[in-house]
Design a protein around this ligand. Structure first.
Ligand code: HPA
Ligand code: ZN
Length: 350
């Protein structure tokens, strides 16, 4: 997408512009939107015992040193989800937050294996999440889609079994992703199941280059044949990979507050989002697991811009990239681009 001549935006209006501009969210794990209050409410509703005495104690446990230290708590939090209504309520709470942040479209990851392993039926999970998506369109004007993720610490055989269970509901799933513990579980482990998903016509994405090396990003592209890379921030270590990502316009779904909380970068000021954008990559901003990492979409934008000195031009590019990278038709994207340009024109005037 070519950049239009943007009106000058006074620096003190940048945070308001970041909040107001329409945007798409392409990297958010719905189980990572469970706020401690909702975890406790669902635990009570379902009679599930939690290893934390209070909301405050649970929130205090959100001090992570790396991806695995987070995943252990994240899977424990998801144990309160049992019924269709629980999945609906979780997704609805996130979608209301997304709408408040002027997210016009979201593609939400879900981890069915976390639930089916506890005896929850695939249909229960998908029906609850899908009903929230339908409600979001009707009541909030937000379009929402679902991406089923395989857990990479489990086997490819288990991923195949999960795919089989999901196929009766394939019209409710836009794509397939790969998440959980990255290092030691390279994309190659899932080559056959991703090939099958590709034959079935799903869009494909995978987490790669969050903690793992650039080699994992290469194999996500060349072995799994993904259309987007989730995170991908380690790509700056490999100039040839940077060139490939730019040339093929492969979107990177970057999650700055997640990277901060999981110690991928020592502080936000040293995040490489600006470097990715300035190299011409289709980088986007996303919240990953907003209940755990200290902020939804607009917090990610505002805090990252404040720390790194990114400009209104970068803001426009990030929003445009989020629309370009989304799995919707060209006409819908064009409509969102018109709204984005209108938003910038408004801010230029005032
Ligand atoms: N990385 C990998 N797996 C995940 C994440 C993440 O940031 N969030 C939830 N599952
Ligand atoms: Zn993620």
């Amino acid at each position: 997408m070519t950049t239009p001549a943007l009106p000058p935006i006074p620096a003190d209006r940048l945070p308001a512009l970041l909040r107001a501009m329409p945007k798409a969210e392409l990297h958010m794990h719905i189980e990572g939107s469970l706020e401690p209050e909702l975890i406790f409410a669902l635990a009570q509703r379902n009679g599930v015992a939690l290893p934390y005495a209070s909301v405050e104690e649970l929130r205090r446990a959100y001090a992570f040193t790396n991806l695995q230290s987070f995943l252990d708590i994240y899977y424990a939090g998801a144990s309160v989800l049992l019924k269709e209504q629980d999945f609906h309520d979780m997704a609805w709470a996130y979608l209301e937050r997304a709408a408040a942040d002027n997210v016009v479209h979201t593609e939400m990851f879900f981890d069915p294996q976390t639930h089916t392993a506890r005896g929850v039926a695939m249909q229960t999970v998908i029906d609850g999440l899908h009903r929230a998506c339908v409600d979001a369109k009707a009541k909030l004007g937000v379009s929402a889609a679902l991406i089923l993720c395989f857990l990479r610490h489990l086997s490819e055989e288990e991923a195949f079994a999960t795919l089989e269970q999901a196929l009766p509901f394939r019209d409710k799933i836009v794509g397939i992703g790969l998440d959980s513990s990255e290092v030691g579980h390279p994309p190659e482990k899932f080559a056959r199941v991703f090939a099958r998903c590709r034959e079935l016509g799903f869009h494909l994405v995978a987490h790669a280059g969050e903690e793992g090396p650039p080699a994992y990003v290469w194999s996500a592209l060349d072995v799994l044949k993904v259309e987007r890379v989730d995170h991908g921030v380690q790509s700056t270590k490999d100039p040839a990979l940077m060139k490939r990502l730019a040339q093929d316009r492969i979107p990177l779904t970057v999650c700055p507050l997640s990277n901060l909380k999981l110690c991928v970068f020592p502080d936000l000021a040293r995040h490489n989002l600006g470097q990715l954008l300035d190299a011409g990559l289709v980088a986007t901003v996303n919240s990953d697991d907003p209940a755990y990492f200290g902020g939804y979409m607009n917090e990610n934008f505002v805090q990252t811009f404040a720390a790194t000195g990114l400009t209104a031009q970068h803001a426009w590019q990030l929003a445009a990239n989020s629309f370009e990278g989304s799995f919707v038709d060209a006409q819908t994207k064009a409509g969102w681009m018109a709204r984005l340009n209108e938003s910038f024109a408004q801010f230029g005037k005032a």
